[in-house]
Design a protein around this ligand. Structure first.
Ligand code: CP
Length: 318
C-alpha cells in the first residue's frame, strides 16, 4: 500500500490514484470495527479531533465524530453559531486559539472556497476539508467511491451519471476529479443555468472522461451509477429555474427515468435528500438505492482519513 504522507486532506484534485486507493483500502480495513459489539479500537488514543462547522451538517459532522470516537480519539464539536465568531473574532484568530489547545486534527466546513487551505497554511494541526463552498467535499467523494467499488467491484470503465445542480455542488466537483482519475466515464446533466461553462475542462488527468449532456435522459441512458444532487438553494442569489415543480418534472429522478439506466444500476445521493424534488420517494426507497450505505461507509472512510493523517504525523508522537 502506498504511504500516505500528507499533512492535510483539502481536496481530491491534488490526490494521486495511489493515495485515493490507499484511503479506500484503509477504509475497508476499518469497516468491520463498526460491526463489532464494542465499536472501538485504541489506534488514536490520546489524539484530539476538533470538528469546526460554519455550515449545517448531519452526516459529515456526525460521522467524523463517530469515526474519531471509534478510533479512541477525543472529539470535540464546535459550531460557528455558538462560538466566539459571533462576537467578532476572526476565523484566523479562532483557529490560532483552537491550535493553542493542541488538537491533532481540525475538520472544517465553511461556505467560502479555500478556507480550509488558508487554515492549513497557518496551523500545524492537520486540516480536513469537510466542504468549502461550492469547491470540494473530498470525504464525500471518497465515501461515494468506496460505496461504488464495494457494490460494483471496480470504478474503472463504469458509466456514472451525476445529475442536478452542478454549479453549486462541491460533491460534483470532488466526484468528477476522483471518478475520472480512477477511470470512470462521468456524464453530468441538469438545467443549463446550473451547469458551469467549460465544466468538462476541470478534468486534468486520469483514464476516465467527463461529458456534459444536454438532457438528463442522455446522461442516465445505460448508466451503471446514477448520482443525484440536491438544489443548493443556500448558494443561490437568483432564480435558476421557474419552479420546484418544473425542476422535478424536467430533471428529477423518477422510476421511469431510472429505468433508462443499466438493469443493475445503483442510485446514490450525498444527502440531504429533498424527496419529490430531485428524486422521487419510490427511487429513494428502491432496493437499488445505496443512499444509506453511503452514510454507513462514511464512518469507515473518515476513520481512514483521520488514521492516515495521524500516521503521517507520526502516531506515537505526543
Ligand atoms: N453529504 C453531506 O455533506 O451531508 P451533510 O450536509 O449532512 O453533512
Amino acid at each position: 500500500m502506498t504511504k500516505f504522507t500528507r499533512k492535510d486532506l483539502l481536496g481530491i484534485r491534488e490526490l494521486s490514484v495511489e493515495e485515493i486507493n490507499t484511503i479506500l483500502d484503509t477504509a475497508h480495513s476499518f469497516k468491520e470495527v463498526s460491526a463489532r459489539s464494542i465499536k472501538k479500537v485504541p489506534t488514536l488514543r490520546g489524539k484530539t479531533v476538533i470538528n469546526f462547522f460554519f455550515e449545517a451538517s448531519t452526516r459529515t459532522r456526525t460521522s467524523f465524530e463517530i469515526a474519531g470516537k471509534r478510533l479512541s480519539a477525543d472529539t470535540i464539536n464546535i459550531s460557528a453559531s455558538t462560538s466566539s465568531v459571533t462576537k467578532g473574532e476572526t476565523l484566523i484568530d479562532t483557529a490560532r486559539n483552537l491550535e493553542a489547545m493542541a488538537p491533532d486534527v481540525i475538520v472544517i466546513r465553511h461556505s467560502s472556497p479555500g478556507v480550509p487551505h488558508q487554515l492549513a497554511r497557518l496551523i500545524d494541526s492537520s486540516v480536513v476539508n469537510a466542504g468549502d463552498g461550492a469547491h470540494e467535499h473530498p470525504s464525500q467523494a471518497l465515501l461515494d467511491a468506496y460505496t461504488i467499488r464495494e457494490r460494483k467491484g471496480r470504478i474503472a470503465g463504469l458509466q456514472i451519471a451525476i445529475i442536478g445542480d452542478i454549479t453549486h455542488s462541491r460533491v460534483a466537483r470532488s466526484n468528477v476529479h476522483l471518478l475520472t482519475k480512477l477511470g470512470a466515464h462521468v456524464r453530468v446533466a441538469g438545467p443549463r443555468t446550473l451547469l458551469p461553462p467549460r465544466f468538462a475542462e476541470i478534468v486534468e488527468d486520469g483514464e476516465g472522461s467527463l461529458t456534459v449532456c444536454a438532457k438528463v435522459e442522455d446522461a442516465i441512458l445505460d448508466a451503471d451509477v446514477v448520482m443525484m444532487l440536491r438544489i443548493q438553494h443556500e448558494r443561490m442569489s437568483a432564480a435558476y429555474f421557474p419552479s420546484l415543480k418544473e425542476y422535478s418534472i424536467r430533471y428529477g429522478l423518477t422510476l421511469e427515468r431510472f429505468a433508462l439506466a443499466s438493469q443493475e444500476a445503483i442510485v446514490m445521493h450525498p444527502g440531504p435528500v429533498n424527496r419529490g424534488v430531485e428524486i422521487s420517494s419510490d427511487v429513494v426507497d428502491n432496493a437499488r438505492s445505496l443512499i444509506l450505505d453511503q452514510v454507513t461507509n462514511g464512518v469507515a472512510v473518515r476513520m481512514a482519513i483521520l488514521f492516515l493523517l495521524m500516521q503521517s504525523r507520526g502516531l506515537g508522537e505526543g
